[in-house]
Design a protein around this ligand. Structure first.
Ligand SMILES: Cc1cc2nc3c(=O)[nH]c(=O)nc-3n(C[C@H](O)[C@H](O)[C@H](O)COP(=O)(O)O)c2cc1C
Length: 212
């Protein structure tokens, strides 16, 4: 008799614990509270710990890694799903060095094993007023690539080309880009040399609810 009471008690406690857990799970899912973030902790902390990397070791980036980076880039959202982009992978040492010496803002290409040039393809872009969405589309692709690089233990930095006309012209000439292809940025990529220090940029004063 005593044993069965004990078993019923254990069962009842287990049911109560299970019930509380279920309720808590539902609350987190519906409120989207900070506990929800814990479920995707690696992904979220990857976003917070990314930083521009401008010094690289001599370790090569493999073709498989390059494919993964480009897959991440092309997973970005685009206006009307136009995907108006093209990517030029630069992995020839001489070309990386001439990019580094021609563009002071991309000096780090001299130590990078490779760089990806993210380009807008105007022949794939929306027409009319929406054409300029290519800039946002390619920016989203670039950020995806930076985050993917970070997730793979690589370091990268976004180096601006467009809208600086001189840079657009010089890089287009260097890479023989057709007229409809506009280079947005160059992203040198490699294994980080030394420590990487992400910045904490969260500024509550820049957040506004409902009106400025
Ligand atoms: C549109 C854009 C253009 C940039 N151009 C350059 C550049 O030409 N050279 C460079 O070293 N970094 C460049 N950066 C990287 C920024 O300097 C860097 O993101 C910023 O200092 C914040 O540092 P973090 O990336 O480590 O958070 C650029 C970033 C963006 C978004």
């Amino acid at each position: 008799m005593k044993t069965s009471y004990f078993l019923i008690l254990v069962l009842a406690v287990a049911l109560v614990v299970l019930g509380v857990k279920c309720l808590d799970g539902n609350r987190q899912a519906s409120t989207g509270g900070t506990d929800t973030i814990t479920m995707n902790n690696d992904f979220y902390s990857g976003i917070l710990t990314r930083a521009s990397v401008r010094k690289y070791t001599s370790q090569e980036v493999t073709p498989g890694q390059v494919d993964s980076l480009l897959k991440a880039a092309m997973s970005a959202p685009t206006a009307v799903n136009k995907q108006p982009w093209q990517f030029v992978v630069v992995n020839e040492r001489a070309l990386l060095d001439s990019i580094a010496s021609k563009f002071p803002n991309i000096h780090m290409a001299a130590s990078a094993p490779l760089a990806v040039v993210v380009c807008g393809d105007l022949s794939l872009a929306l027409e009319g007023e929406g054409e300029a969405y290519w800039i946002q589309d390619c920016s989203a692709a670039t950020e995806n690539m930076l985050l993917a690089a970070h997730s793979m233990g690589l370091g990268a930095v976004w180096c601006g080309i467009y809208p600086i006309a001189d840079r657009v012209k010089a890089l287009s000439d260097m890479l023989s880009l057709p007229e409809n292809i506009i280079p947005l940025c160059v992203v040198p990529i490699g294994y980080p040399e030394g420590e990487v220090h992400p910045k904490d940029k969260f500024t509550s004063g820049k957040v506004h609810y409902n009106k400025f």
